[in-house]
Design a protein around this ligand. Structure first.
Ligand code: SAM
Length: 282
């Protein structure tokens, strides 16, 4: 390849999310042609560069040094340097550093370009079997239960597929909290995509919770996806469902009432069943 793959200015280059071969030809060319590559952890990015025999200077750019480094990067770019930004994995600036640097470049009329490629959110969505026409990406969920629940509450009625990044250490707690807001919905746990132990599980949320709570230590990188609410569930409150159930209990068994109500109103059977059990407890 003889023509330059990298433009003037700052270029955000996507790198693999696991499998080192998931990188574009243009990304390799641009990483070779850049005057400097900004990355997060130089040890992580060095593996990619060594794999492709790239010797461009690597500089660490992360939240601890970004404020002091940014003006120097902008100056170098103004002097005509071609600088690449990559992250440890995937697309830079997607739940990774880069936003303020892009903003500073644009404010200084410096060209910002993309060399697109992998990102875990899109990789997971595309194979999830959940609606892809409309989705909400929430980045990393808050680590504390109260804040996480607040996030879930605010998204409960959103009529889109929901997507989050979650740490393996918090997965079980996160699934448990999600039951309160999304019971009955289908969810997907996409773990270790493109890696040796890639594992994608798709089931009703309570089934996923039961599965993962039985695992001593969940490992790996995770994308958590939740299906949109079923149409009727958007309009029927839990109290309204219970009221309809009560009417049916007059001449139907619990099992029949749950099945028929779920079918007639296009609501998940497990949600109706859970509400029916709550009524029995009262
Ligand atoms: N910039 C990256 C991207 O474009 O996807 C995301 C960086 S963020 C710091 C890292 C999170 O992305 C992980 O904790 C996990 O939630 C998700 N992730 C990254 N690689 C993944 C993979 N191979 N499989 C599943 N999730 C992954």
């Amino acid at each position: 390849m003889t023509s330059l793959s990298i433009n003037n200015g700052l270029t955000l280059i996507a790198t693999p999310i696991g499998n080192l071969r998931d990188v574009t030809f243009r990304a390799i060319d641009a990483l070779m042609q850049a005057d400097q590559i900004l990355c997060e952890d130089t040890r992580v990015s060095r593996k990619l560069l060594n794999h492709y025999n790239i010797h461009t200077k690597l500089t660490s750019y992360h939240e601890y040094n970004a404020t002091s480094l940014r003006p120097k990067i902008v100056r170098a770019l103004q002097q005509g340097k071609k600088i690449a930004l990559i992250s440890d994995a995937g697309t830079p600036n997607i739940s990774d550093p880069g936003y303020k640097l892009v903003e500073s470049c644009l404010a200084n009329d410096i060209q910002v370009s993309t060399i697109p490629g992998p990102t875990a959110v899109i990789a997971a969505l595309s194979i999830s079997g959940l609606p892809t026409d409309n989705f909400y990406f929430g980045g990393f969920l808050p680590s504390k239960t109260t804040a996480r629940k607040k996030t879930f509450a605010s998204l409960r009625t959103l009529d889109t597929t929901l997507i989050f990044y979650e740490s393996p250490a918090r997965l079980v707690a996160c699934l448990y909290d999600s039951l309160e807001y999304f019971a009955g919905r289908t969810a997907v746990i996409a773990r270790e995509l493109t890696k040796l132990h890639e594992d994608v599980r798709r089931a009703e949320i309570s089934e996923l919770y039961n599965f993962y709570k039985g695992i001593t230590r969940v490992r790996g990188e995770i994308v958590f996806l939740i299906s949109p609410p079923q149409k009727e569930a958007l309009y029927l409150s839990h109290d309204q469902i219970k009221k309809l159930l009560k009417e049916r209990f007059a001449d139907e068994t619990l099992k029949d009432a749950v099945r028929n109500l779920a079918r007639e109103h296009d609501i998940s059977r497990s949600l109706v069943y859970r509400l029916a059990l709550e009524m029995k407890d009262v």
